[in-house]
Design a protein around this ligand. Structure first.
Ligand code: F6R
Length: 613
């Protein structure tokens, strides 16, 4: 939600900030703005709509500045208009602020500040920050921030500047992430590492309660109470090329095709085939706690929640341990029965999803052992976990999650196998057999991805469909949910995922010749059952798109209608089939969305990291 970039140094601040914002646009893209200072003059430019509107306005009428801040917005308070776009300023026009998060007591603060004579011109919660800092300002922006921020309730990552404090940014964090990029004679601030990879791979990760004063040659970090704290620079492994489209038309397409690599990387070094063991030393102190686990609770949102559903299946099957799955957003609004003996595994690509984090904290406070599966080292989630299993998908930029999902499946598979060995449910031989099947998966994924042409032409035949039903069973039921989510979020077609056996209890009423029914029928124990469900759809004149291990057999005989189609994926052990069945569904969503002229990487109303409740 919202991307922030700040720069201090001697170069063209507008160009550098715009470039950073472009790389953060996945965080929000409904309006954008910059404020830069040159020779003591502070100038601001904002525009409603995507960043390109701001860029066009700046190309028409350039701004000059060698330090400044910028923002790309995902609106929470106030419409995405130019007036509501960040940076926001105080009454004097000397202080400007960009903010990601929500100020919960903004109405109360606004009333107080307005009564003291401050003039408000926007509907945003952020504007109160500019006026609050103004009211506390006595010559030092850092001290004003330290006095003002304790009065603020809510979450924020923010960057401030004062026109009269040259080459100085003040950055503060309470919740959403904020990093400081370190380069020779210049410093950057950003919401996320990929924004700055072209300039540096050395970062300071700010923590909650930090107030950092950032100048071209140094960064001073203090607590809100004024105590100096040390944040050691960290060198990140991601490189700039990973955050580029690399010749693909969209990030999503590139990321779909990166999956064999990211699955391989997430598996690498984490098992010994020889010993039939999974090696998860990286779980650190949490590793010992796994031995005492009597149950696992998996917490996540969206696509990561679908990975959790697959995880439940794997953990129960391979480790014989009860596993439950909860939405981060629901967990804390009941009385969750977790405590010592429960291992709570939060799954998140970004590691900053507010709902997942809040649920994780709740489980932790009740005595559960907190473990994270996450794609971002140093994220809030990994910092709050006792042990983390990192996925090595690399930066995921497309708003629709793809490679992070399959990498999460790898982490869950390894965790389930590890628990199975720890609990004596799996012998080394059995574990070895599962692992050697798992190591074949990246290669099989490559084969599955070669079948994109068929999917592209299928998408061409679906231009009139407005509703879809996705059906799956067992370990592929979550993949039906995921396929439906992918389609709706990027094509805006309505799609529902359902356990195939439940179809007869209601959704079957939807079936007619206008409703494409996507049925997941890979080889395995529920293949016959899926065949029956496909038959039920055909008997009612429905159109079936099946994902299966072969075009022949009974399924082939059933689906001979000109409108039906079988998308084949290589055959593999049923447990690992989600790695393959999800691929045609991702590609289908992509090509349907492309045909519909949608903005695949930046679908409407969405943002990549949901850092508000
Ligand atoms: C869908 C999608 C979202 C995220 C969800 C959780 O394609 O990307 O549903 O999966 O917002 O995000 P993370 O995994 O970052 O916690």
């Amino acid at each position: 939600m919202c991307g922030i970039v700040g720069y201090v140094g001697g170069r063209d601040a507008v160009a550098l900030i715009l470039d950073g914002l472009r790389r953060l646009e996945y965080r929000g893209y409904d309006s954008a703005g910059v404020a830069v200072v040159s020779g003591g003059s502070l100038q601001r430019r904002r525009a409603a709509g995507k960043l390109e509107r701001l860029a066009a306005s700046l190309a028409d009428e350039p701004l000059d500045g060698d330090w400044g801040i910028g923002h790309t917005r995902w609106a929470t308070h106030g419409q995405p208009t130019e007036e509501n776009a960040h940076p926001h300023q105080d009454c004097t026009g000397r202080i400007v602020v960009v903010h990601n998060g929500i100020i919960e007591n903004h109405l109360e603060l606004k009333a107080r500040l307005a009564a003291a004579g401050h003039r408000f011109v926007t509907q945003t919660d952020t504007e109160v920050l500019a006026h609050l800092i103004e009211s506390e300002y006595e010559g030092s922006l850092e001290q004003a921030a330290a006095r003002a921020l304790p009065m603020v309730r809510g979450v924020y990552a923010l960057v401030l500047l004062h026109r009269d404090e040259p080459q100085t940014l003040v950055a503060a964090r309470m919740g959403p992430p904020l990093v400081v990029g370190l380069s020779d004679g210049e410093r950057f601030v950003a919401s996320d590492v990929p924004a700055l990879l072209h300039h540096t791979r050395d970062f300071l990760f700010l923590e909650d309660g930090d107030v950092a004063t950032v100048r071209p040659d140094r960064v001073e970090v203090r607590t809100l109470a004024g105590a100096t704290v040390t944040r050691s620079p960290q060198h990140v492994a991601w490189d700039a090329v990973q955050a580029e489209k690399g010749g693909y038309r969209h990030f999503m397409l590139k990321e779909i095709h990166e999956q064999p690599r990211s699955v391989r990387d997430t598996l690498a070094g984490r098992f010994s085939l020889e010993d039939g063991e999974v090696l998860l030393e990286e779980l650190g102190p949490a590793a010992a706690g796994l031995l005492e686990a009597s149950r696992i609770v998996l917490l996540a949102c969206g696509t990561s929640w679908h990975a959790a559903l697959v995880g439940k299946f794997l953990i129960e099957e391979l480790a014989g341990l009860p596993a439950e799955v909860d939405y981060g957003s629901e967990f804390r609004y009941r009385t969750p029965l977790v405590g010592p003996g429960t291992v709570v595994v939060a799954i998140s690509q970004s590691g900053e999803t507010a709902d997942t984090l809040a649920a994780f904290r709740e489980a932790k406070s009740r005595g559960a052992l907190p473990v994270a599966i996450c794609n971002v080292r140093g994220s809030m989630l990994t910092r709050e976990a006792e042990g983390s299993l990192l996925t090595h998908a690399g930066p995921e930029i497309g708003v629709a999650s793809t490679k992070a999902f399959t990498a999460q499946l790898v982490a869950l598979a390894l965790l389930a196998l590890h628990l199975g060995r720890l609990r004596g449910r799996l012998s080394p031989e059995k574990c070895r057999a599962h692992l050697s099947e798992l190591t074949r998966i990246p290669h099989l994924m490559e084969q599955a991805l070669h079948r994109e042409d068929a999917i592209e032409s299928l998408a061409g035949s679906l231009t009139r469909a407005t509703d879809y039903l996705y059906l799956g069973r067992g370990v592929n039921y979550p993949i039906a949910l995921e396929g439906a989510l992918k389609l709706k979020e990027i094509s805006y077609a309505h799609a529902e995922g359902y356990p195939a056996g439940e179809m007869k209890h209601g959704p079957i009423a939807l079936v007619d010749d206008t409703l494409p029914v996507v049925a997941l029928c890979p080889d395995g124990g529920v293949y016959e059952k899926m065949l029956s469900n496909v038959q039920e759809v055909k008997a009612r004149g429905g159109r079936v798109i099946a994902v299966a291990s072969s075009e022949g057999g009974e399924l082939g005989a059933l689906l001979q209608g000109s409108d039906d189609m079988i998308l084949t994926v290589p055959s593999c052990a049923e447990l690992w089939s989600p790695f393959l069945t999800v691929l045609p569904l991702q590609m289908l969503a992509y090509h349907v969305a492309l045909r519909a002229g949608r903005d695949v990487d930046q679908p409407r109303n969405l943002a990549k990291s949901v850092t508000v409740e």
